[in-house]
Every structure is written in structure tokens, then in C-alpha cells.
Design a protein around this ligand. Structure first.
Ligand code: FES
Ligand code: FES
Length: 159
């Protein structure tokens, strides 16, 4: 079947099998390997992307369901002006070790900050509660999201 999905702002028309998962559409058909594929059982959250502006685990969505919809992946965070504040903060505050969970954490973190520019530690922990990190103990991830909130506020104040 043929589907047309807007991915990171660009329309992509692709021929896919009806059983293809969105995570595999992104990685294998569109070359967007920033979205990681971990468990395939909806547990780890490393595959999180935005679907019509909401974070979803892309291994739980059929590519066919994305026909006519908008998907945003981690590749869309950085711009010509540089890293998104959430990316900068993860880099500055050691929000990753192996980096496997990082794409999903970044997408959820960005989504949270867009809706709640000043989240508490508890709110950050709730937002990422569906995502697993085997390395960091979460402390530095939470710290990084908080730092991104502060960085965004500084940038906003300067604009
Ligand atoms: S690969 Fe999707 S939740 Fe683990
Ligand atoms: S940094 Fe390794 S799984 Fe999170």
C-alpha cells in the first residue's frame, strides 16, 4: 500500500507492507536512524517520536496509521542555529551515557517543555515514566530537562 506521511515537515510518499511498524518506516525506509528500536514490546520508550504533536512509542503504531499524519523525530530538533536547548542541556549535564534511550528522552523532554516551561522534578519524572534508561539512574536526565527549561527561559528573555 502507498502512504504519505509528513515527516519533520516534509511529505514522504512510500510503498509499505500493511504490517510495517512506524519505527521501521522511519529507520529502514526513510533512513531516520536517530529513532532507536529497543524492545519492540512497548516497554523501553527509546522509539518515542511525535505523532500529530504527541509523543508515541513508534513500535506501537503501524506505518499505515501515519498516512495523512505528521511525525516529528529527533533529527528535527537541531536547527541551522544550533542544538535545541534540550539537546544542549543533555550534553552539558551528562544526561546520557550509552545514548540508547536518548532520542526518546529528548522528544519527551521537548514535548514537556513546550507545554510546561517550568516543570518540577516530579513532573519530569512522570513525563519520562514510560521510558527506560539502563545507565544513568535518571538523575542526570531529570537534571538535564530542568537545565533545558532554564536555558529556554534565558534564550526567551534575550529574544
Ligand atoms: S522499541 Fe518501542 S518501546 Fe521499546
Ligand atoms: S544512557 Fe544508556 S540507556 Fe540511557
Amino acid at each position: 500500500m502507498q502512504i504519505t506521511v509528513t515527516v519533520n515537515g516534509a511529505e514522504r510518499t512510500v510503498e509499505v507492507e500493511p504490517r510495517l511498524l512506524l519505527v521501521h518506516l522511519l529507520r529502514d525506509h526513510l533512513g531516520l536512524t536517530g529513532t532507536h528500536w529497543g524492545c519492540d514490546t512497548s516497554n523501553c520508550g527509546t522509539c518515542v517520536v511525535w505523532f500529530d504533536g504527541t509523543p508515541v512509542k513508534s513500535c506501537t503504531v503501524l506505518a499505515a496509521m501515519a498516512d495523512g499524519h505528521e511525525v516529528r523525530t529527533v533529527e528535527d530538533l537541531a536547527t541551522a542555529d544550533g542544538l535545541d536547548p534540550i539537546q544542549q542541556a543533555f550534553s552539558d549535564h551528562h544526561g546520557l551515557q550509552c545514548g540508547f534511550c536518548t532520542p526518546g528522552m529528548l522528544m519527551t523532554g521537548r514535548w514537556l517543555l513546550d507545554r510546561n516551561p517550568d516543570p518540577s522534578e516530579q513532573e519530569i519524572r512522570e513525563a519520562i515514566s514510560g521510558q527506560v534508561c539502563r545507565c544513568t539512574g535518571y538523575q542526570n536526565i531529570v537534571r538535564s530537562v530542568r537545565a533545558a527549561a532554564e536555558l529556554s527561559q534565558v534564550k526567551g528573555a534575550r529574544a
